[in-house]
Design a protein around this ligand. Sequence first.
Ligand SMILES: NC(=O)c1ccc[n+]([C@@H]2O[C@H](COP(=O)([O-])OP(=O)(O)OC[C@H]3O[C@@H](n4cnc5c(N)ncnc54)[C@H](OP(=O)(O)O)[C@@H]3O)[C@@H](O)[C@H]2O)c1
Length: 193
Amino acid sequence: MKIAIIGKGHVGSALGAGLTRAGHDVKYGHRAPNARPHKVAEWGELVIIAVPYNQLGNVTIELKDVVDDKIVIDVTNCLDPHGELAIGFSTSGAEQLQKALPLAKVVKAFNTVFAQNQSTGCIGETRLSAFVAGDDVDAKQSVMSLATEIGFEPVDCGPLTSARFLEPMGMQLIQLGYGMQMGPSIGYRLIRG
Ligand SMILES: NC(=O)c1ccc[n+]([C@@H]2O[C@H](COP(=O)([O-])OP(=O)(O)OC[C@H]3O[C@@H](n4cnc5c(N)ncnc54)[C@H](OP(=O)(O)O)[C@@H]3O)[C@@H](O)[C@H]2O)c1
């Protein structure tokens, strides 16, 4: 699959490495003049958005007319300038993104995983869960398949409104990793009895 990744930072590079290893064709869009998000997203069959939350509005404007009918994976964690949750409870960043890109198939995924674990989906031998939420069932299934190809164990979290739970989970991970000083070699795994 041709995968456009908007953002070539920690997250974009890690997911790109995992997806390249899985055999996908990856191109990055960022702020360099020769890597405009618009062009790269137009090329991609699927688009991953991995930019800071405060840049999501700018990126959305660039993507507006090139992501119709495409799957758009939202990896952002909605941090305000103080590092607090910027949005939540009655909506989520992913739902706001879906409103801004109404014809795209927005799926929330990978935001509950530290970047350093995103290229393999594992810590040591242990597979991490990739929590995936979205309204389009086929799109969500495709994202779960990509997550499996990287190395994660995907978990269907239901409709896009579940991003209201996944985004605070991302915040909790940051709190555990940095607030509680456990470091980034930690992650979530759903245990089924
Ligand atoms: N880091 C983590 O462990 C982690 C885990 C889960 C989720 N997240 C979320 O994932 C997102 C990315 O995090 P990150 O750690 O990868 O950030 P990062 O390392 O700072 O990388 C951000 C990337 O976004 C690009 N960017 C910024 N503004 C842009 C714009 N207007 N148009 C196009 N590209 C733009 C930057 O472009 P340039 O290369 O041109 O500077 C850079 O490549 C954030 O929302 C974060 O909350 C992070």
